[in-house]
Design a protein around this ligand. Structure first.
Ligand code: AMP
Length: 216
């Protein structure tokens, strides 16, 4: 059986995390999110977490070396043997080249690179309305995917807002995407791997387009 090795790229707030989770459920493959890994390091107060906290809060990218090391370790674990869905990595051309090298060494090849497309005009509302359940890690949107409970209400959990999900930090995050990540679109299109998916619409509409684009 060939491995389901997939990547998600797209601007911040496009819905990569949410849709990657849905696709992982279908494929039975783990979601590998460098953003989640870095946030966990920050919450755990590790040396790495302390090192990256400031950069993340400003909406800038952490060094290629750091994230490449995290991904290398994660993809070597047994649960990634039959596939993985990378979300938020690679984000620069050097990261993409490092991933190519790593996969070559592992004897694997990428199957699809999903580009989740959402216009800048919709990004601010998507990002500032995003909340995460404190216990479950479930991602909500106050308007588009509201939790079925009041914040801290009965049967609910506390809703947290990412410190970089503010209006002030959206600008630098979009700028980092345009300058450092957008070149990956041509990089993967040249390899014939790019699958463009319109990220505007309901969660189910976007999932349906995504599943059709990757043939699941
Ligand atoms: P995300 O959850 O993917 O939006 O990532 C949140 C933040 O983590 C980003 O704004 C960066 O500061 C950092 N980050 C996550 N993934 C990467 C990556 N592949 N390269 C550099 N920085 C990253």
């Amino acid at each position: 059986m060939s491995a389901n090795d997939l990547i998600f790229i797209g601007p911040p707030g496009a819905g990569k995390g949410t849709q990657a989770k849905r696709l992982c459920g279908k494929l039975g493959a783990p979601q590998v999110s460098t953003g989640d890994m870095l946030r966990e390091a920050k919450t755990a107060g590790t040396e790495l977490g302390l090192k990256v906290a400031d950069i993340m809060a400003k909406g800038q990218l952490v060094s290629d070396e750091i994230v490449i090391g995290l991904v290398e370790e994660r993809l070597s674990r047994p649960d990634a043997r039959t596939g993985f869905v990378l979300d938020g990595f690679p984000r620069t051309i050097p990261q993409a080249e490092a991933l190519d090298k790593l996969l070559l060494k592992m004897g694997r090849t990428l199957k699809h690179v999903v580009l989740l497309e959402v216009p800048d005009a919709l990004i601010v509302e998507r990002i500032t309305g995003r909340r995460t359940g404190e216990n479950t890690g479930r991602i909500y949107h106050l308007k588009y995917d509201p939790p079925p409970f009041a914040d801290r209400g009965e049967g609910g959990e506390r809703l947290l807002q990412r410190p970089d999900d503010t209006e002030e930090v959206v600008g630098p995050r979009l700028a980092a995407y345009a300058a450092q990540t957008a070149p990956l679109v041509a990089y993967y299109a040249d390899k014939g791997l790019l699958r463009r998916v319109d990220g505007v619409g309901s969660l189910d509409e976007v999932s349906a387009r995504l599943f059709a684009a990757v043939g699941v």
